[in-house]
Ligand binder design. Sequence first.
Ligand code: UDP
Ligand code: MG
Length: 328
Amino acid sequence: MNETPDLSIVIPVYNERGVLPQCLQRLEQALASLTLSVELVFVDDGSNDGCAQWLADHPSTIGVSRIISLSRNFGKEAAMTAGLETAAGKAMIVIDADLQDPPELIPEMVEQWQKGIDVVLMQRRTRPGESIMKRFSSRLFHRLLRSSSKLDIPADVGDFRLMSRRAVEALKQLPERNRYMKGLFAWVGMPTVVLQYDRAPRAAGASKWSYLELSRLAIEGITSFSTRPLKLAILLGLVAAFCGGAFGLWIVFKALAFGDPVQGYPSLIAVITFLGGAQLITVGIVGEYVGKTYIESKQRPVYLVREITEVAQQVAEAEPTTRHETEA
Ligand code: UDP
Ligand code: MG
């Protein structure tokens, strides 16, 4: 493959062996009508179910497949980064392997790009197959993030999106190790349109996210793009100090005026535990930022590539396929 493909489809894959055949088939169907040259960039995020091998054995009919195998599971954010950094296309689309993001929408996204738009965001109108709890927490998080970071991150927008080369090059200039992609994408800006779609339930397999991980991502998102929690910590400190001062004055006044005998064990304990809690929370918030600074200062790469495999396009039905292996 020498010439630059028009469109790169970046697909992070983590133990998705069950959906890959369907995924490839749907992509092929959806992209068959496009006149653009297409490259499929699968990022195997340390799967242990033979995803990469399956992909290497199944060339696609729409374009070259590149399989980037990471050295271990780095998480979807890192996998997407790896895909976007390796993909060569003039425009790139990030799409989940589990078919929750319908590939049929790709031509519509490409149309917007051809009109000169740099970023096409896909906004979920509905999210079937997701629990009320997940929807609620996701909405709450979006609201928190938007209000605390001043970034224009539209609600219900996931990673499914098209980005022009320009936008991806801009994204590549953001070197941070803590990669909250939705925030990074929003930070880049560029002319953007938002298209709406109905999110499908997962085609097969189970979601790789647990609530614990989602809350980790939420903390990550907020602390990566805002220092407001630190300001809240100061505010909490001020309020506690003020209340403490007022309470202290009241006790002194009471002792002087009424000659209070020793008393007040419950209030003492209440104040101590309240202050103890407030201090721990504050130290925790500060710690979160210190930890981030520590991680960033180590300058470790976001991901490590074990191997990149290129699978040539399958031209005719029966023709044998060539397979090149390149060491990364
Ligand atoms: N994924 C990944 N690395 C991970 C977890 C997930 O590359 O550590 C991929 C996964 O294969 C899928 C996409 O990210 O293509 C979205 O994952 P999932 O469907 O589990 O997330 P959800 O749709 O529930 O948010
Ligand atoms: Mg999914």
